[in-house]
Design a protein around this ligand. Structure first.
Ligand SMILES: Nc1ncnc2c1ncn2[C@@H]1O[C@H](COP(=O)(O)OP(=O)(O)O)[C@@H](O)[C@H]1O
Ligand SMILES: [Mg+2]
Length: 255
C-alpha cells in the first residue's frame, strides 16, 4: 500500500496557545483513520492545517508524494484532498443538484473560468450524469430538485458528503459528520460511509467514540494538541492514558 498523507511535526500556535503540538501522522491508501479527543483538543485545527485553511507554525504536510505545506486550499482540493465541516456547509439558496454541479464545475478543467462555465452548459453530458450518480449513491436522487434550505439536517449532511464525493477525493476528511443528527440519520450516514470506505481513504473526527469504533481501521486520540495514543481501536480505548484524558478519570467506563 502507498502513503496518501504524511504529516511531520505539525504545530499551530495561536498566541500563547499551542492548539496542535508536533503531530506526526501517516495514512495509507484506502485506510480509515479515526481521530477522537475532548473538546478543544485540536482536532478541527489539525484538519484546518491539513486542508490549508491555516498555515502551520511548524511542520510539513505531504499529500500523494507532494509537499503541500504551502499550497492553497483549492490547490489541495484539485489534488484530491476534500473535507466536510463540523457545521454542515452547503449552499442553502440553490437546489440540491445545483450544489453538486457548482462544485464539480469549479474543479473541472473544462469549466474552470467564468467564460468556460457560461459557454459550456453544466446541465449537459458527463457532469450531470456524475452528479446524479453521486446523488443516487447517497440516496438523495429523489430530492435533486428540492431547495437545499428545505432539507433536513441529516439530508444536508448527506448532500455535503455528496459534494465531497463528486470531487472524486483521494483523501476525504470528515469533521464530526454525525454531530447534531438523530439516531436514524446517524445510521444513514454510517451506512453511506461503510459503502464508500472501500474506495476512498478517510480520516474522520468524531466525538461519540462508540459510533466509529467498529468503522475505523485505526484510532488516534488527541489531547491538548498532541496524539496521546494511536493504534487498533479496541486496544486504544483500553489505554489508561486515553481513559484519563477522554473520560476524565483513569478506569472510568460508560463512554
Ligand atoms: N482561529 C483560532 N484562533 C484562536 N484560537 C483558536 C482558533 N481555532 C481554534 N482555536 C483554539 O484551538 C484549540 C483547539 O480548538 P479545536 O481545534 O477547534 O478543537 P476540537 O476540534 O478538538 O474541539 C481551542 O483552544 C480553540 O479555542
Ligand atoms: Mg472540532
Amino acid at each position: 500500500m502507498s502513503e496518501v498523507l504524511t504529516i511531520r511535526g505539525l504545530t499551530k500556535r495561536f498566541g500563547g496557545l499551542v492548539a496542535v503540538n508536533g503531530v506526526d501522522l501517516r495514512v495509507e491508501e484506502k485506510e480509515t483513520v479515526g481521530i477522537i479527543g475532548p473538546n478543544g483538543s485540536g482536532k478541527t485545527t489539525l484538519f484546518n492545517l491539513i486542508t490549508g485553511l491555516f498555515q502551520p507554525t511548524a511542520g510539513q504536510i505531504v499529500f500523494m508524494d507532494r509537499d503541500v505545506t504551502s499550497a492553497r486550499p483549492e490547490q489541495r482540493v484539485a489534488a484530491g484532498m476534500v473535507r466536510t465541516f463540523q457545521l454542515v456547509s452547503v449552499f442553502n439558496s440553490l437546489r440540491v443538484w445545483e450544489n453538486l454541479v457548482l462544485c464539480v464545475t469549479r474543479f473541472d478543467a473544462a469549466h474552470s473560468s467564468i467564460w468556460k462555465f457560461m459557454t459550456s452548459p453544466a446541465t449537459g453530458g458527463t457532469i450531470r450524469d456524475d452528479c446524479y450518480g453521486v446523488l443516487r449513491l447517497v440516496g438523495l436522487e429523489d430530492k435533486a430538485g428540492t431547495m437545499t434550505s428545505e432539507l433536513s439536517y441529516g439530508d444536508k449532511r448527506l448532500l455535503e458528503i455528496a459534494i465531497a464525493l463528486s470531487l472524486k477525493p483521494k483523501l476525504l476528511l470528515l469533521d464530526e459528520p454525525l454531530s447534531g443528527l438523530s439516531d436514524v440519520e446517524v445510521v444513514d450516514i454510517l451506512n453511506l460511509l461503510r459503502r464508500i470506505k472501500r474506495d476512498v481513504t478517510i480520516i474522520i473526527i468524531e466525538h461519540k467514540v462508540s459510533m466509529i469504533v467498529d468503522f475505523v481501521d485505526r484510532l488516534c486520540v488527541m489531547n491538548e494538541g498532541r496524539f496521546v495514543s494511536e493504534g487498533e481501536p479496541s486496544e486504544v480505548l483500553r489505554d489508561p492514558a486515553v481513559q484519563k484524558c477522554y473520560w476524565g478519570k483513569e478506569g472510568t467506563r460508560g463512554c
